[in-house]
Design a protein around this ligand. Structure first.
Ligand code: UD1
Ligand code: CA
Length: 453
């Protein structure tokens, strides 16, 4: 099967420098959703009809299975599909989709393709409570589709029809070639209407079948930011629903955003206002507190992410405790039962089992062993302004508060660093190392008093 995606519309009503089909829904361009669905149907080739200034679209989404057809002037949907003809095979099914209709379910399209069969024609229609603006499906006395009439061209009687054209059709390439050449633009909008091919199919003795989506939202397009926001909510609600069905506890299904994929084990709990981006996997029994953002993260079984934590490109080991107010940056790998507390940042570091950095620390470019305690205010000085260096902290090290580890530096197994140490040389295993001015008391010292005039 081949797919044609119409995406030449300018999208002026978006009032944005970003082309309409690149506007993100759930963090992915509208057109990206359509292409992903088409690919999931096993489409051999996808042809995107793009418009003036669409180079940005091409640059953003180009892939080996895509062909691009420029429609320099937008003369109508029929004209748009005609631009794709050079990329279509001689014969065989062609599915026509729209770059600004992102939420059509794969199953709905698969049914449509089956309805069209090897030789036929099928059209996706819906009943609208308010059908104004849409093309109406005109049927004969035996309920057979005979043609589509656009709202602007429709008679009063035709405008009462509530079954409308979604625009999504599946027909055969060999038929399409002939019909597209015959479309004229003598209509209310002076456009070449793709839906005119329906009457042509009927004239050629081809039965036009119809199929329906499960819900109208599957066929809704996006023309402005209000509609974009509406579809975003719909999509998020659907994803939340799927999580609930899978057994996830969502404290409020209206307050979760998934911009990518979220895999969940059993008995996962997610509190309100969490955002999941990219690929996130949560193991059995994981709890995510309120207001967390997780991007490209795996969290192993039993771990708890406390509120207001931000995790990006990190692996969290089983039963670890993160946050509140923790930040895990790319390259963070935490083994099991690691505790990262408030205002602690970890970047490009591995931390072995049972280690803790519970308060106000920065662990960057470090390899931390197991059962290590990193005191409050401790930082790795991993950057000299030009290069980054690693810090190695072996097992069972205790680091007193407010310590700076100036990398490259190594702290041997079981070593203790006294509070306030600036470590510039390796600390030997087992010993106490500290750098600290001696404490001094000045007996009888008096505070200054205010001079009276
Ligand atoms: C179209 C259908 C209408 C249907 C409705 C569903 C036609 C003539 N009418 O109307 O029957 O009920 O969709 O939403 O097809 N496009 C191009 N190039 C063009 C014109 C359009 O790429 O020259 C693209 C647009 O970017 C858009 C899609 O085709 O994604 C539909 O175009 P639009 O102008 O919105 O069609 P409607 O008037 O809404
Ligand atoms: Ca439209």
């Amino acid at each position: 099967m081949h797919v044609v995606v119409l995406a030449a519309g300018q999208g002026k009503r978006m009032r944005s420098a970003l082309p309409k089909v690149l506007q993100p829904l759930a963090g992915r361009p509208l057109l990206g959703h359509v292409l992903a669905t088409a690919r999931s149907l096993g489409a051999q080739k996808l042809c995107v009809v793009y418009g003036h200034g669409g180079e940005q679209v091409r640059a953003a989404l180009d892939a080996p299975d895509l062909a691009w057809a420029l429609q320099a002037e937008q003369l109508g949907t029929g004209h748009a599909v005609a631009q794709a003809l050079p990329h279509l095979p001689e014969s065989g099914p062609v599915l026509i989709l729209y770059g600004d209709v992102p939420l059509t379910r794969r199953e709905t399209l698969a049914e449509l393709v089956v309805a069209a069969g090897e030789e036929g024609f099928a059209l996706l229609t819906v009943d609208m409570a308010d059908p104004s603006g849409y093309g109406r499906i005109v049927r004969d006395g035996e309920h057979r589709v005979v043609r589509i009439v656009e709202h602007k061209d429709a008679s009063e009687a035709e405008r009462t029809i509530r079954e409308v054209n979604t625009g999504i059709i599946c027909c055969q390439a060999q038929h399409l070639r002939g019909w597209l050449g015959k479309i004229r633009n003598d209509n209310a909008q002076g456009e070449y209407y793709l839906p005119d091919i329906i009457a042509m199919a009927v004239a050629d003795g081809i039965e036009v079948k119809t199929s329906r989506p499960l819900a109208v939202w599957e066929t809704l397009g996006v023309n402005d930011k209000a509609q974009l926001a509406e579809l975003e909510r719909l999509h998020q609600r659907n994803q939340a629903q799927a999580l609930l069905v899978a057994g996830v506890t969502l404290i409020d299904p209206a307050r979760i955003d998934i911009r990518g994929t979220l895999e969940t084990g059993r008995d996962v709990e997610i509190d309100v206002n969490c955002v999941f981006e990219g690929r996130v996997a949560l193991g059995d029994g994981v709890k995510i507190g309120a207001n967390c953002v997780l991007k490209d993260v795996t969290v192993a079984a039993g771990a708890v992410i406390h509120p207001f934590s931000h995790l990006d490109g990190a692996e969290v080991g089983a039963k670890s405790l993160i946050g509140p107010f923790a930040r895990l940056r790319p390259g963070t790998k935490l083994a099991e039962d690691v505790h990262i507390g408030n205002f602690t940042e970890v970047k490009n570091s591995t931390i072995a089992a049972h280690s803790k950095a519970n308060h106000l620390a920065y662990v960057g470019d470090a390899d931390v062993g197991s059962k290590v305690n990193i005191g409050a205010g401790t930082i790795t000085c991993n950057y000299d302004g030009a290069n980054k260096f690693r810090t190695v902290i072996e097992d069972e090290v205790f680091i007193g508060s407010d310590t700076q580890l100036v990398a490259p530096v190594r702290v041997g197994k079981g070593a203790t660093l006294g509070a306030g140490t600036t470590l510039t040389k390796d600390a030997p295993a087992g010993d106490l190392t500290l750098s600290r001015a001696k404490q001094l008391t000045v007996p009888g010292w008096k505070r200054p008093v205010k001079i009276t005039k």
